[in-house]
Design a protein around this ligand. Structure first.
Ligand code: HEC
Ligand code: HEC
Ligand code: HEC
Ligand code: HEC
Length: 126
């Protein structure tokens, strides 16, 4: 009996571990990237799954992209890898982290004519 119970507990723990990453993006409601050691602005509003549903973005690689040199690889994606791993805060080459967020988020909103484009609409004081 005892042995069976511990097997069940182990299985349950394994399932929880497996599901854990899926929960974190579902529960995400804001962005406050820890790679910025100090924050000048409040967290940016971003309800990960709700946003992507409303904006009708089905392809994860629209944001979680992969590059080969200067070229975006169309059928690969990098979800699970933080933006900061490829876009350092103080990067001297390529797109530094703050610019990476602003370009990705604001450029699409501007292009679509939908979604926030002013500082205070994204960095909302609580
Ligand atoms: C509109 C842009 C956008 C789209 C589309 C998008 N994501 Fe994300 N996602 C983000 C941002 C921004 C983060 C936070 C990145 C960071 O912390 O470096 C993130 C984080 C994540 C994380 C990490 C969660 C955590 O808390 O560690 C996972 C997993 C993830 N996304 C999965 C997905 C999957 C799967 C899809 C496609 C179904 C997807 N994303 C589509 C923007 C997007
Ligand atoms: C696996 C590495 C990698 C990850 C993860 C990654 N990027 Fe990139 N990204 C690149 C490379 C390489 C380039 C091209 C060189 C450059 O501009 O830095 C690029 C280019 C960009 C550009 C400029 C070109 C464009 O598409 O407009 C933006 C903006 C950008 N990334 C934002 C982000 C954001 C925001 C995240 C997190 C959601 C992210 N990136 C995650 C590697 C990555
Ligand atoms: C590829 C296009 C695209 C990208 C990239 C994108 N957005 Fe959006 N976003 C939209 C669209 C379209 C809407 C309007 C959705 C609607 O209400 O119809 C929107 C709406 C929003 C809203 C309004 C409230 C909500 O959740 O619906 C917020 C906040 C927002 N975006 C934040 C962000 C942030 C932060 C990022 C960068 C991490 C980002 N967006 C990246 C297309 C995009
Ligand atoms: C579309 C949404 C959006 C808009 C508009 C926007 N930001 Fe951001 N900003 C972000 C996201 C997402 C991040 C990365 C997450 C974070 O705040 O750590 C960020 C990061 C930052 C950072 C680096 C982190 C910090 O708090 O020090 C600064 C500074 C900043 N933004 C200032 C501004 C200013 C100033 C404006 C207006 C000119 C602005 N942002 C407009 C979404 C936005």
């Amino acid at each position: 009996m005892k042995k069976q119970l511990s097997v069940i507990l182990l299985l349950a723990a394994a399932v929880l571990l497996y599901l854990a990453p899926a929960y974190s993006q579902e529960d995400m409601t804001q962005l406050l990237d820890p790679a910025f050691t100090t924050h000048q602005r409040p967290a940016a509003v971003f309800n990960h799954d709700g946003h992507n549903e409303k904006a009708e973005i089905e392809d994860c690689s629209v944001c979680h992209h992969v590059y080969e040199g200067e070229r975006k690889v169309m059928d690969d994606s990098s979800e699970g890898t933080p933006c900061s791993e490829c876009h350092a805060v103080d990067a001297e080459e390529g797109t530094p982290l703050r610019m990476a967020y602003h370009r990705m988020c604001t450029d699409c909103h501007t292009a679509k004519g939908k979604g926030p484009v002013t500082c205070g609409e994204c960095h909302v004081d609580k």
